[in-house]
Design a protein around this ligand. Structure first.
Ligand SMILES: [Zn+2]
Length: 175
């Protein structure tokens, strides 16, 4: 299978004299043409890691009370995971705006960030745990991302076990 992440890296990164990888600015059309791979590739990588770790999850799950689409959801534990693309969600390390149409991008990304924040608060208000993971965390240290999620799941199962004494706290999902 074609590894899209590798393709992306060769296209938009350059090596500096120190051997460090730096991202080159993208044009608007380059960005638009890559929306899909930017949004999905790190998420898919993370899903593969979670699956290998024995975890089972729902993808693009509609959170019942808010209707928000959750990237990776664990409904039994009430844990919602979002993988935020550095560009679209305005990561401070890689989220610099393109020079062209700077106002457009600034507004667009500020709007995305505000929406992220509201969705997070709304989902948390229903008793769910919300984890937002940056795309760059998945790319640089997926162990860290997996650990964050497994820790949250352990905690959620413990808490649910407490509130539903004698309930289904040992039910870890479909067989
Ligand atoms: Zn980033």
């Amino acid at each position: 299978m074609l590894d899209r992440r590798e393709v992306k890296r060769t296209n938009d990164t350059v090596r500096t004299a120190q051997g460090k990888v730096a991202r080159t600015p993208l044009t608007r059309s380059e960005i638009m043409s890559r929306v899909k791979s930017i949004d999905t590739t790190p998420e898919m990588a993370l899903r593969r890691r979670l699956f290998s770790a024995g975890l089972r999850y729902r993808v693009q799950y509609r959170h019942p009370q808010t209707g928000t689409k959750v990237d990776i959801a664990f409904p039994a534990a009430r844990v919602a995971v979002f993988v935020d693309g550095c560009f679209w969600h305005g990561c401070t390390t890689h989220g610099s705006h393109p020079k062209n149409h700077a106002d457009f991008w600034e507004k667009k990304i500020a709007g995305n960030r505000l929406r992220d924040q509201r969705q997070t608060e709304a989902i948390r208000a229903t008793g769910w745990t919300v984890i937002r993971i940056w795309e760059h965390t998945v790319e640089n240290d997926s162990d860290d991302a997996v650990e964050t999620i497994t820790d949250a799941l352990s905690l959620a199962h413990r808490n649910l076990g407490r509130t539903q004494a004698g309930g289904r706290s040992h039910n870890k999902g479909p067989a």
